[in-house]
Design a protein around this ligand. Structure first.
Ligand code: ATP
Ligand code: FE
Length: 333
């Protein structure tokens, strides 16, 4: 089947076309307006989605060499996300589905992040354990099948991406800070400063303590040396990045061991992090895992991951009626 998929959960407007499980196009418009504010402004994100959605869908169809008449279904991200942003994608998808008499597929954004692993070869085998690390979530997901997933652990406060972004903000770096820290960390010494690795019960994560720790540490240093952060930027970035990676790997290793799973992957925006990718590979070699990392363009928000999820839902006839409302929060379904 040929399906058009739309992703608009946060600040990226994206459309993709998939045909029989093959991605034909994946167009993304990233909103830059939020950089000035140091974070996503929901109201502005909604307006930018409205401006972008028609040209982005047209481009996705054009790049795929398809027209609206070639489509067999329309998919959209239903949750979780910013409600105003989600409404733009879902409203557009529903209008198109009604106009063309097409079935509608609703996709869970976090499930789509995991299924990004099934866009290209090599694809994981089941059971597959995925650590999804993004701007709003940190989840350990056990997958028994493409659509049979269970969140076995998650963060009780900040997400890993949020930890990167908030650390960057404290260091006076631009938003989003994750990729900036990644780049600067490559030049720094990760053992120069030591921050505590928070270990929560079971498979839970917590990153709010690290945030406070960094804040108090730099404040104290700045009392003696006002330009402490600027003078030690690369080492600070490398040390914070290493702490976040150690925290993430701790529970991933525990879950893999407890559950006896050796097919292991990372997904979500933070899986673009070079340090985390390297840690996964090294640990994987040590513990006999087969590791998976999605291609760079499928780590951060994109409609291709929504399209691959829609592909599996289409095969099972999992459609939703017109009038299906997006929600800011929702469990996997
Ligand atoms: P969610 O998926 O939870 O709704 P989101 O869609 O906003 O959140 P993503 O687009 O998946 O999140 O990821 C964005 C996050 O990834 C940001 O916090 C960003 O800083 C982080 N990130 C992106 N690239 C890197 C990198 N190279 N190193 C570390 N963090 C990164
Ligand atoms: Fe996301």
């Amino acid at each position: 089947a040929t399906i058009l998929a739309i992703e608009s959960s946060c600040d990226d407007t994206s459309a993709a076309v998939i045909s029989d499980g093959q991605i034909l196009s994946n167009i993304i418009a990233t909103q830059t307006i939020h950089e000035i504010y140091g974070g996503v402004v929901p109201e502005m994100a909604s307006r930018a989605h409205i401006r972008h959605i028609v040209p982005i869908v047209s481009m996705a169809l054009q790049h795929a060499g398809k027209t609206m008449d070639d489509l067999q279904a329309v998919a959209f991200t239903q949750s979780p996300g910013l409600i105003g942003s989600l409404l733009v994608g879902s409203g557009f998808a529903q209008a198109l589905a009604q106009a063309k008499g097409l079935p509608l597929i609703a996709v869970h954004h976090m499930q789509a992040h995991v299924l990004a692993h099934f866009i290209e070869d090599p694809k994981p085998q089941f059971p597959f354990l995925c650590l999804t690390v993004s701007g709003g979530h940190t989840q350990l997901v056990l997958c028994k099948d493409h659509l049979e997933m269970q969140v076995i652990g998650e963060t009780i406060d900040d997400a890993a991406g949020e930890a990167f972004d908030k650390a960057a903000k404290m260091f006076g770096l631009p938003y989003p800070g994750g990729p900036v820290i990644d780049k600067l960390a490559a030049e720094g010494n990760p053992d120069r400063f030591s921050f505590p690795v928070t270990s929560m019960p079971e498979y839970q994560y917590s990153f709010s303590g690290l945030k406070t720790n960094i804040l108090y540490f730099i404040r104290k240093q700045q009392q003696e040396q006002p330009d402490f952060v600027q003078q030690n930027m690369a080492d600070l970035c490398a040390s914070v990045q290493q702490t976040i990676i150690k925290t993430l790997m701790l529970k991933l290793k525990k879950a893999a061991k407890d559950l006896g799973v050796t097919q292991i992957g990372i997904a979500g925006g933070v899986s673009a992090n070079k340090g985390l990718r390297a840690a996964l590979e090294t640990t994987g070699k040590e513990l006999g895992w087969t590791t998976y990392v999605p291609a760079f363009q499928y780590c951060t928000d994109n409609a291709a991951m929504v399209a691959i999820t829609a592909h599996y839902k289409f095969e099972k006839g999992l459609f939703v009626p017109l009038g299906t409302v997006p929600t800011a929060r929702a469990a996997f379904s």
